[in-house]
Design a binder for this molecule. Structure first.
Ligand SMILES: [Zn+2]
Length: 326
């Protein structure tokens, strides 16, 4: 005890603090989410996500080259379809917008790890994550669509399939469909514990995917429930998930850490649009130090147990790390 024990002895110089640092970030920890749109030469800033863009396929390739050059090895693609309908049909087509992006990236950057987000909400005119039966999302009917979407994404070059819909049984359905179609080598990263969170607000503007009626609380999780989150994760593992994800990140670090302690699967956290937008907005006001708050947030997510962090900060954070600033 004090005065013999003095913790400050271990903090007396930068070099000493460096050798004692327990957690480190690497550019390869990051996965950059990106939004693909139809057209050519399109690079439009998303109003709710400053510094993030709607990118046509040619611009997507350019952006991915820059991201890859910073040491980020993976991107997650979201699509804004040309038309939306009741069954989200563009999600299933090999010339759908995400599929076009995947094919272009397969040619241009064959080593980039492309992840296809699998869900219906970006593609349906009602904005819900599945096929409707009246005003309810029909779980079992939706599974068939998710399976088809996954096979199409794999056929077009996705290296990982990431279902984000929160339907029951989707991991098993997707695994079976991938295997039947010769994609036994394609892993599934499941959004295993995805909460019905208000932190998704800016994404819904970016993907134009807000539900036209009701909300997603009939399939996404109640933010109050930690034990239920662990059950969700356990079920996805039993169904064949190769990697698991917790979403959002900072408000759910307790769940992330518990998942890290309990399960041996690679663990991802999605640092979501609202988390990004808050940092950008407060920094723009001059209220916080942008770079330090960004890096501290990412480090905290890593420390809690995520080895993969999906974040809109991926490129700028990697750049700072490469410049030796953090
Ligand atoms: Zn969805």
């Amino acid at each position: 005890m004090y005065p013999e024990v003095r913790m400050r002895r271990l903090r007396t110089s930068q070099n000493l603090r460096d050798i004692l640092q327990e957690t480190h970030l690497l550019p390869s920890n990051f996965i950059h989410p990106l939004f693909v749109v139809h057209g050519e030469g399109v690079r439009e800033e998303i109003s709710s996500l400053p510094g993030q863009y709607h990118l046509s396929v040619d611009e997507l390739v350019k952006e991915c080259r820059e991201i890859y050059a910073q040491g980020v090895r993976s991107v997650m693609l979201f699509g804004i379809p040309a038309h939306k309908d009741g069954t989200g049909s563009e999600a299933l087509e090999d010339d759908g917008i995400v599929q076009q992006g995947l094919k272009a990236l397969r040619d241009a950057l064959p080593d980039l790890v492309t992840i296809a987000d699998v869900c219906m909400c970006e593609y349906t005119d009602h904005g819900h994550c599945g096929i409707l039966h009246g005003h309810e999302v029909d779980n079992d009917e939706t599974l068939k669509y998710l399976a088809k979407q996954s096979v199409s994404m794999a056929r077009c070059g996705a290296k990982i399939i990431a279902p984000s819909d929160m339907m029951d049984g989707r991991v098993a359905a997707i695994r079976a469909a991938l295997d039947e179609n010769g994609f036994t080598h394609i892993p599934i990263m499941s959004y295993a514990a995805k909460f019905a969170s208000a932190f998704y607000g800016p994404f819904r503007v970016a993907a134009d995917s807000a539900p036209s009626f009701g909300d997603r609380r009939g399939y996404q999780m109640n933010p109050a429930n930690g034990r239920e989150a662990l059950r969700e994760i356990e079920l996805d593992i039993a169904e064949g998930a190769d990697m698991i994800m917790v979403k959002p990140a900072l408000a759910y670090l307790d769940i992330l850490h518990e998942a890290y302690m309990r399960y041996d699967l690679p663990l991802a956290a999605y640092h979501v649009s609202g988390e990004y937008a808050m940092i950008k907005a407060a920094a723009a006001k001059g209220w916080i130090d942008h770079d330090r708050v960004m890096m501290e947030s990412l480090l905290a997510i890593r420390r809690a147990g995520a080895q993969m962090i999906l974040t809109y900060h991926a490129k700028e954070a990697a750049k700072l790390l490469n410049e030796g600033k953090f």
